[in-house]
Design a protein around this ligand. Sequence first.
Ligand code: F0G
Length: 482
Amino acid sequence: MPAIKFYDHEPIPMEMHKVKIVQQLNLLPAEQRLQKMKDAGFNTFQLHNGDIFMDMLTDSGVNAMSDNQLAAMMTPDDAYAGSESFYRMVDKLEEIFGIKYCLPAHQGRACENILAERFVKPGNCVIMNYHFTTTKAHITRLGGHVEELVKDEGLEAVSDLPFKGDIDLDKLEACIAKEGAENVAFMRLEAGTNLIGGQPVSVQNFKDACAIARKHGIISVMDASLLQDNLYFNKIREEACKDMTIREITREIADQFDIIYFSARKFGFARGGAILVRDEALFHSMEDLVPMFEGFLTYGGMSVREIEAMTVGFDESMDMDIISQGPQFIKYCVDQLADYGVPMITPGGGLGAHVNASEFVSHISQEEYPAGALTCAFYICGGIRGMERGTLSEERNPDGSERLASMELVRLALPRRVFTLSQVEYVIDRVKWLYDHRDLVGGLKFVHEPKTLRFFTGRLEPTSDWPEKLAAAFIADFGEDQ
Ligand code: F0G
């Protein structure tokens, strides 16, 4: 389907679906939102969903399902062992990726656990374009360390580089030489690189990096959780992909890798995960870990209903009309805000719009979690729940000092097929207001700090009474009922 043209203005993002089931939203007034933020320990993960107007925390497991997905969920084959639903999923994955061995797992991090258990020994290195929080936690838990070799430009907030997720091939060669190939557990390339703003990797870079890994006998792994966004960008930004179908691009990428895993909370618009393994012997060497951690080999901790929904979702991920929705809404949001002067990560990527908190609240030091504070401010000013992706999401160094993140981002995720353009306009409006009142935002400090993945369950407090002052300024401008 070509992009829809308009008679008297430039195209706007268009929903290529109609809404059939809705969920009522609730907009609490600012004074109550302030109280809810305090109750949640200034951590947006601790908010109750009923107190949120725009839940932009994540696109994980909260994408809208299609009628075809829901229909498929009505006809699963329930069996502890040998479920036909599983075999239908495996066939679909083989059709798309050309890999026939599949280990199911209940979500992405469960796949990461299995891969880390199988490959990572103390002192090992895992090479990545960039880490993801749960991936890294599994590797360091087993005594490994992560080397992130994304190109330097990938970490520049403002850029017109089309593939900011590309790994730096010189750094890759140098890292293998330094660590020794035998000490590299595997190389993991993340499609739609999450923590640097959902930024894509080019097909060419996938090919070049995997060729280097192959040359050194290093196993190549793709995290395909955000592959659907990556594919959209390959198609529209990469000359060599212009005339290829999404399925052809997918196969071209998949053919480079020994192992592909994904969270089906993202890829497949459902809830689950799987590891695809090209080599039979390698597959068998991981097999025993699935019944141990997940469930029997034909369900892996997933409900068979979800397996059916995933299978339909994989097909939908190969449809340009469907996968273009997210990136188009994100681009609209990013461009509007950037035009206003709000510091955004550009170009817009997949997954969500990413606000550059280092600049937005440049008066807050990294030790006081600027992205975390800004995330709380978005909720207080609009009932918008975003996610901190900065120093708060890191873990401390072994000596207890802060590991300062290379980027301080607030992610405003756009789960697929969930929000309309008017809702996106609301978010843009509230972010603009907050940008004009950014001096009112202050820092945060921990009052309860878990050692691992502290951003999920930690509790914080403001370093001053800034939340009260911010809420008062908002009420003065918008009234008490907003
Ligand atoms: N890999 C990537 C690139 C991810 O974005 C995620 C999850 C995972 C692995 C782990 O998958 O959640 O199913 O266990 N990302 C979510 C997010 C949590 O909000 O970005 P999972």
